[in-house]
Design a binder for this molecule. Structure first.
Ligand SMILES: *[C@@H]1O[C@H](CO)[C@@H](O)[C@H](O)[C@H]1NC(C)=O
Ligand SMILES: *[C@@H]1O[C@H](CO)[C@@H](O)[C@H](O)[C@H]1NC(C)=O
Ligand SMILES: *[C@@H]1O[C@H](CO)[C@@H](O)[C@H](O)[C@H]1NC(C)=O
Length: 360
């Protein structure tokens, strides 16, 4: 009976192909929006759609680890499809010299912070800022070292939103605003503006961290890492390392980068954008390197490209498991041992925080 009928082989092949088609269609292909929509889109709505519909990190991470995507397998939420034409239109200039601060806090660093946490956030995400302000962003001193948390936004959608933002800035004194169009696509500009602020307004800080607005951060553990005698004070960057990641050439992907912008097939080792910590001698060096590197829309990989040019390798953390992405079950995970975890929403940021504080 060692003979397999050709009909059976065809059937098995067809089933296999349908499975592939099913997975591909439902988990990897974002809904394509027409080019005109992308160009004319109200930026606030665009940002809402992208940041709320599909959290970038969820998909990058799941995509890279080839796990099934529970959140997006069943629902087709809008995301932006950036085509080659769009990228050419938006050959944007990431170097901060092209932008200036509308809201600034030039004297903040007179407090001589040891660590500055820089949070890129969309102008309308007040709830995210407030969750951080009431949790890890409210810590001004950790293990006797001064810590500062600031938010960076781009341009708002309109005059009313701008007024609200300025009022918030007067009350909180923790907002920085630069005059680039705030969008998911422009995150590389945001990161470079963060580097600019650190280099020009806060050179005295010892360390800085770029941290996303939906993150839980355990500052005690982060401080222990930074104060460890084994942690370098210069040319140091750490977090969740990404090795040998392929550049995504699928034009329908949110992380599509054309060869025109980044010709090599793989990215250099970089630190995942959710939260990377670095010695504060790096910002001016990264800015200098960025002059020679064509910007592309994947901010963390772009920083990786700048570091490669500088000959600086990202360091693995002494305990890499402390830089967590997703926490599958926050109740059974010991958040008190971590440095980062993706909370995913303002409510969760508060919940994670209270989890840890409650157990003290
Ligand atoms: C853009 O969309 C936001 C959210 O829907 C809305 O508040 C704002 O008024 C819109 N702006 C313009 C210029 O249409
Ligand atoms: C920050 O913490 C202080 C106590 O240390 C508290 O009084 C204040 O209300 C907190 N701020 C926010 C925004 O939660
Ligand atoms: C990115 O920012 C630049 C500068 O403000 C702007 O010209 C461009 O339209 C923005 N691109 C997107 C896709 O938001």
């Amino acid at each position: 009976m060692g003979h397999i009928k050709p009909g059976f082989v065809v059937l098995v092949t067809l089933i296999f192909l349908s499975i592939i088609a099913y997975i591909y269609d439902f988990s990897l292909m974002p809904v394509t929006l027409p080019l005109s929509w992308f160009n004319n889109a109200n930026q606030t709505k665009l940002y809402n759609a992208v940041s709320e519909g599909l959290s970038g990190k969820i998909n990058v991470w799941k995509f890279l680890t080839k796990q099934t995507i529970e959140t997006s397998t069943t629902e087709k939420k809008p995301t932006v499809s950036i085509r080659t034409e769009d990228i050419s239109i938006h050959q944007y200039l990431a170097h901060p010299r092209n932008y200036h601060f509308i809201l600034d806090e030039p004297d903040k660093c007179k407090q001589d912070p040891f660590l500055v946490l820089m949070v890129p956030v969309a102008p309308h995400q007040l709830e995210a800022r407030n969750a951080i302000r009431s949790t890890w962003g409210n810590e001004s001193s950790v293990q006797g070292k001064a810590v500062l948390t600031l938010f960076l936004v781009g341009l708002t959608g309109g005059a009313e939103a701008q007024q609200q933002l300025e009022e918030e800035s007067r009350q909180r004194r923790d907002l920085l605003q630069s005059n680039f169009v705030d969008s998911y696509f422009n995150l590389t500009i945001k990161t470079m503006v963060i580097m600019d602020w650190l280099a020009t307004r806060c050179p005295q800080a010892a360390y800085a961290m770029k941290v996303d607005s939906d993150m839980y951060i355990n500052l005690e553990n982060l401080m222990s890492l930074l104060l460890s005698p084994n942690t370098p004070g210069q040319n140091y960057i750490t977090g969740h390392l990404m090795w040998a990641q392929f550049v995504i050439r699928d034009k329908n992907s949110k992380w599509y980068v054309p060869e025109e912008l980044y010709p090599e097939p793989k990215y250099p080792t970089y630190v995942l954008g959710m939260g990377y910590v670095f010695s504060n001698d790096l910002p001016p060096k990264i800015l200098e390197a960025s002059e020679a590197i064509k910007p592309f829309n994947i901010e963390d990989a772009y920083v990786g490209a700048c570091l490669k040019r500088l000959g600086i390798n990202p360091s693995g953390a002494p305990d890499p498991s402390q830089f967590r992405t997703y926490v599958n079950d926050p109740k059974s995970t010991d958040l008190s041992k971590l440095i980062t975890a993706i909370a995913g929403s303002p409510e969760k940021v508060i919940e994670f925080w209270q989890n840890v504080k409650g157990h003290k």
